[in-house]
Ligand binder design. Structure first.
Ligand code: ACK
Length: 308
């Protein structure tokens, strides 16, 4: 199954089912660049039983990427093959590294990352963060939108937990927003690239998003659906604050001890006591005492029905 190409990069065969002809893909622009990878906007012809041209996003590697980066992108592809849910980003195809760079083709999310979208809604984005959103942006984010985003994400996470997939990096920066304000969970699994430098704390073994991590993940590298629930609590906080950075003023080095002493973020301005108590339930030091994603889905569903 494996062979090594001229440049020494391992190439692993992709399933015929997902293989997409490279000459049917037309790159238009760069959406974002990480340290090793980049995301491109492209048009694809007749992809995944979508007739004609459709907008897609292509995940690929930079020229100086290492073998490990290739393996990471490939394992992302292997995970994406297994998922199918309206609130999880969908794989559309793949161009294998046999005849050029590895392209993992996923659905295009017109509004980009939820974090940027929220921040844009209160006009605090830098020019670089604004990027390609400039032309298409609808400014308003209502209280109902916030609850709807939370419900959609809980629904997608409930699905991922059902198929025993742990996300490990659930955060607003890893939720994409598609047409009609539909949330799509992305960047799950083992692969991590840094598009938001300050969110990841440098450690010898890669980088970790400390401020989204449960205490047991910080202490024992333990990642479970329940540690995803902790991160979801931080994500609710990001939603309510329209994309603020969690634990402002607190250094990541001190966070673990503070959490162990029982410290939690305070209630943001404009955050209802109901929402604040929900996020605090996600931040229970005992993983088993945290709600399930299904519980959380029902909570937001009720809040949305009450608020008609
Ligand atoms: O907020 P953004 O424009 O949305 O900046 C990031 C950047 O690439 C790096 O992740 C954008 N991005 C990633 N995946 C997609 C996608 N499938 N559709 C649209 N934009 C994407 C993201």
């Amino acid at each position: 199954l494996e062979n090594t190409s001229a440049n020494g990069v391992k190439s692993i065969k992709v399933d015929a089912k997902w293989k997409f002809p490279r000459h049917q893909i037309f790159i238009e622009q760069v959406l974002g660049e990480g340290e090793f990878g980049k995301v491109l906007k492209a048009k694809a012809f007749n992809i995944a039983s979508r007739p004609g041209y459709s907008l897609v996003a292509v995940k690929t590697l930079k020229n100086d990427a290492r073998n490990q980066d290739y393996n990471d992108l490939f394992s992302e592809y292997q995970l994406l093959k297994e998922v199918n849910h309206p609130h999880v980003i969908q794989l559309l195809g793949v161009c294998s590294s046999e005849d050029g760079p590895l392209y993992v083709i996923i659905e295009y999310a017109a509004f980009g990352s939820l974090r940027n979208y929220l921040r844009k809604s209160r006009h605090i984005l830098t020019a670089a963060e604004l990027g390609h959103l400039e032309d298409t942006f609808e400014h308003k984010v209502t209280a109902r939108d916030i609850l709807s985003f939370a419900r959609q994400i809980a629904s997608g996470m409930s699905y991922l937990s059902d198929i025993k997939l742990v996300h490990r990096d659930l955060a607003a920066r890893n939720i994409l927003l598609a047409e009609n304000k539909v949330c799509k969970i992305s960047d799950f699994g083992l692969t991590r690239d840094i598009y938001e430098d300050n969110a990841y704390f440098k450690k010898s073994k890669g980088r970790v998003p400390v401020k989204w991590m449960a205490p047991e993940s910080l202490a024992d590298h333990l990642y479970t659906t329940k540690s995803d629930v902790w991160s979801f609590g931080v994500l609710i906080w990001e939603l309510v604050t329209l994309g603020a950075s969690p634990y402002p003023g607190i250094q990541v080095q001190n966070l673990y001890n503070l959490l162990k002493q029982g410290y939690r973020m305070e209630r943001p301005p404009n955050c209802s006591t109901v929402l604040y108590s929900l996020m605090n339930r996600c931040w229970n030091v005992n993983p088993e005492a945290r709600p399930s994603f299904l519980d959380l889905y029902h909570c937001f569903d009720n809040l949305l029905t009450d608020n008609v």
